[in-house]
Design a protein around this ligand. Structure first.
Ligand code: ADP
Ligand code: CDP
Ligand code: MG
Length: 215
């Protein structure tokens, strides 16, 4: 699949339930290591990484009319209305030309979750959940040094509260569907990736089996 037109066709087929787009939601608290490990997964398993936070920050930089609203929400650790984030994700999916996506930092609340399913018709293959203590996440965020407006102790505390109150219920929803693969994200980066490899290698062999059975 090369052109954006072909990608559009792919997505609409997914909406119609014909052709499959593989989506893995990558969830976990701020600083749990989602972005770091997504880069590793992309390198080894050919997924396209879509970070909702990165897309929102790029939207601010682009001078979009929503820029000021998004900037204010991020500074306060609040969750941007799903219509904005879903639009950015949809465009990135269509432009990628790929059919395998890691959607990182989304859905972050019930509104994100329900709207994405309704609008795209996409159901995640599974949810990769990064389990890490607040103490460790706080240490990592304060050392991240990417010049982010939200990596300060005041905003970090607000983000932890939003995570517990709004994001964990989404994880619990997928847990009730048996879709959560939980990772101990407190370990060093290479060890976390070893655990992730086990999950993605078995996904790759499952896809291979499907190809063999259907051909
Ligand atoms: N397993 C780990 N152990 C120690 N530091 C980590 C680990 N994973 C990521 N980091 C560091 O912690 C910070 C936050 O990681 P990041 O991947 O941006 O997390 P998230 O996207 O979940 O907020 C970064 O500076 C990163 O280098
Ligand atoms: N689905 C999302 C994802 C991020 N965001 C906003 O973007 C901020 C940063 O998200 P991020 O995913 O880059 O943050 P990390 O978890 O990577 O530290 C969040 O605190 C929210 O303000 C959002 O509103 N909706
Ligand atoms: Mg991140």
């Amino acid at each position: 699949m090369g052109s954006a037109t072909e990608a559009t066709k792919d997505i609409s087929e997914n909406l119609l339930g014909h052709k499959k787009v593989t989506v893995v939601f990558v969830l976990g608290g701020p600083g749990s290591g989602k972005g770091t490990q997504c880069a590793n997964i992309v390198e080894h398993y050919g997924f396209t990484h879509l970070s909702a936070g990165d897309l929102l920050r790029a939207e601010i930089k682009s001078g979009s009319e929503n820029g000021t609203m998004i900037q204010n929400m991020i500074k306060e650790g609040k969750i941007v209305p799903s219509e904005v984030t879903i639009k950015l994700l949809q465009t990135a999916i269509l432009e990628s030309g790929n059919d395998k996506f890691l959607i990182d930092g989304f859905p972050r609340n019930e509104e994100n979750r329900a709207a994405f399913e309704r609008v795209t018709g996409i159901v995640p293959e599974f949810v990769l959940f990064f389990d890490c203590s607040e103490e460790e996440m706080e240490r990592r965020l304060l050392g991240r040094n990417q010049g982010r407006v939200d990596d300060n102790i005041e905003t970090i505390k607000k983000r932890f509260k939003v995570f517990v109150e709004s994001s964990l219920p989404v994880v619990e929803h997928y847990e009730s569907l048996g879709k959560v693969k939980r990772i101990d994200a407190a370990k060093p980066i290479p060890e976390v990736f070893e655990d992730i490899k086990v999950i993605f290698s078995s996904l790759a062999s499952k896809v291979m089996k499907l190809v063999i059975i259907s051909s």
